[in-house]
Design a protein around this ligand. Structure first.
Ligand SMILES: N[C@@H](CCC(=O)N[C@@H](CS)C(=O)NCC(=O)O)C(=O)O
Length: 232
């Protein structure tokens, strides 16, 4: 049986966005059953988890009998698609290469720009510092999204003539852009994303994650309960 590691609780801006939804989504697409293991902050930051599950104390992690745990949402999505032989083109074809390319492009060339805006809006406490950083990061994110939309060029799919992991990853990454209203000037890209997110495999992944989060509270995810490393 496959186990996916997910968070017990996440703040409202992150509910439905936590990256384990990508893993649930691809598993739902290929029809592989899985269980979910909910973890709290002290578990994620424990020496045991860092050593055996995820070296950065994060999630998602995919565990499966007979295989070492696999971390990084992009690696997991690619791995599942390749092993299932679905949504990633055939081995050795240009479609396979292009699908990998767009997954990596989403993670490496789009997501960091969106994270910069999310950091300002959700993680910075000082209004003056927020106001100073907001215009530049917002402009850079919007420019990157416009270039992404230019590259999509009106196509329904990033690769070939069918849904692939490229669409899954890009649509997933754009969830935070949608929440931050960065897609308002790109209605065609926003419509494309909504069409991809309407796939039943994603709807179930998101609903399941949100239902688990709703059953828990911030008290289940206390970072202040994470033991501090010893002072040097
Ligand atoms: N590049 C990693 C990023 C993982 C990541 O940022 N995970 C977040 C949840 S979406 C996390 O575990 N946050 C909790 C923490 O860092 O303590 C991936 O795609 O898997």
């Amino acid at each position: 049986m496959i186990t996916v590691t997910a968070m017990k609780w996440a703040p409202p801006f992150a509910a439905g966005q936590v990256r384990d939804h990508r893993v649930r989504w691809i598993l739902n697409e290929v029809g592989w059953p899985y269980e979910v293991r909910l973890v709290d902050a002290p578990t994620m930051k424990s020496a045991r988890y860092l050593g055996a599950q995820q070296p950065f104390g994060q999630l998602p992690v995919l565990e499966e009998e007979g295989r070492p745990p696999l971390f990084e949402s992009g690696a997991i999505v690619l791995d599942v698609a390749m092993r299932a032989g679905r949504y990633i083109g055939a081995d050795g074809t240009p479609e396979r290469s292009a699908a990998i390319q767009w997954v990596v492009a989403g993670l490496n060339s789009v997501e960091p720009f969106l994270f910069n805006v999310a950091e300002v809006e959700y993680f910075m406490d000082d209004p003056a510092a927020q106001a100073a950083r907001r215009p530049a990061v917002t402009a850079m994110a919007k420019e990157r999204l416009a270039l992404l939309e230019k590259a999509r060029d009106g196509r329904a799919w990033f690769v070939g003539d069918a849904f692939s992991v490229a669409d899954l990853m890009v649509a997933s990454i754009l969830k935070i852009a949608h929440r931050l209203e960065l897609l308002n000037d790109l209605p065609a890209l926003a419509a494309w994303q909504q069409a991809i997110l309407a796939r039943p495999a994603h709807v179930k992944a998101e609903q399941d994650q949100m239902a688990e989060i709703a059953r828990h509270s911030s008290a289940d995810m206390r970072y202040d309960a994470v033991p501090k490393p010893p002072a040097r």
